[in-house]
Design a protein around this ligand. Structure first.
Ligand SMILES: Nc1ncnc2c1ncn2[C@@H]1O[C@H](COP(=O)(O)OP(=O)(O)O)[C@@H](O)[C@H]1O
Ligand SMILES: Nc1ccn([C@@H]2O[C@H](COP(=O)(O)OP(=O)(O)O)[C@@H](O)[C@H]2O)c(=O)n1
Ligand SMILES: [Mg+2]
Length: 242
């Protein structure tokens, strides 16, 4: 993979590239290239990933109802990633006999964020139980504290970050129609979750945008239309064997 990354870097910086790529395509290519060359595994520095096992990690962000889970399912089907939903892992913990179950239940019911250490440990366990080497981490990090805790415990940054941008009215409509029997899909909790999203999650999105890791995707339209916007990002990774 490294050899191929190097060849893309030189392609992108070659004097002839301007005949092939317009400025938008070039920026896109640079972002893909960066996602391969990431400081993902601070290998050997005591992090969770080792030099030999440093999976490709994409964080999937967006407000409640922005379509994260729906698009992750399509990415899994088409590109072979493993989908880890932080919300699903937390909900599973409620139904197990875990000591954190009642605390997690209360946090989710109120639309609050579960202490980062709990969520990072669940993600860590799910990654280590999987044979796959490419993961979508959906709904995480939702706060700067989540992000910093992941970096501290895992010792790595994500390779790329997808962000589904969707108007609030549309997100509310989708959540209230979701019909999965979730305790937090009601008007009152949705309001709280949107406040958390605006106040605590958007700074994380801005952080990754400033780092050049963010793919902002228009989350309006049909599921298929949105997936057409997602596809090229993952199709480009295939070229590098990811
Ligand atoms: N593009 C779309 N248009 C209309 N409804 C959608 C779309 N994408 C997802 N949904 C529906 O909206 C609800 C929320 O989607 P979901 O993928 O669970 O979002 P998130 O994981 O971001 O909360 C689900 O019921 C889903 O079927
Ligand atoms: N990183 C995370 C993710 C979810 N959660 C909790 O789990 C709830 C549901 O998360 P989710 O990702 O399943 O929700 P959606 O955005 O899919 O609607 C959140 O509102 C939080 O209460 C959390 O505390 N920390
Ligand atoms: Mg979801």
């Amino acid at each position: 993979m490294w050899r191929r990354v190097t060849s893309l870097s030189s392609f992108l910086t070659s004097p002839s590239r301007s005949f092939l790529l317009n400025p938008n395509q070039e920026a896109y290519g640079q972002r893909i290239c960066k996602s391969l060359c990431t400081d993902g595994g601070k290998s050997g520095s005591g992090g969770f990933f080792s030099r030999d096992h440093c999976p490709y990690i994409a964080f999937v962000l967006g407000g409640p109802g922005s379509g994260k889970g729906t698009q992750c399912t399509k990415i899994v089907e088409n590109f072979g990633f493993t989908h880890l939903s932080a919300g699903d892992l937390l909900r599973k913990e409620i139904t197990s006999d875990s000591k954190d179950g009642s605390m997690i239940f209360q946090m989710i019911k109120e639309g609050n964020i579960v202490p980062s250490e709990v969520t990072v440990k669940l993600l860590q366990k799910a990654i280590s139980l999987s044979e796959n080497n490419k993961f979508l981490i959906d709904g995480f990090p939702r706060t700067e504290e989540n992000r910093i805790s992941y970096e501290r415990i895992i010792g790595a940054e994500p390779n790329m970050v997808l962000f589904f941008h969707c108007p609030e009215e549309e997100m509310i409509k989708r959540v209230l129609n979701r019909n999965e029997g979730r305790i937090d899909d009601n008007e009152e909790t949705v309001k709280a979750r949107l406040n958390v999203f605006r106040g605590l999650s958007l700074p994380v999105v801005n952080y990754y945008a400033a780092k050049g890791k963010l793919h902002k995707i228009n989350g309006t339209g049909s599921e298929e239309e949105i997936f057409e916007r997602v596809k090229p990002i993952f199709a480009a990774l295939r070229y590098f064997g990811i």
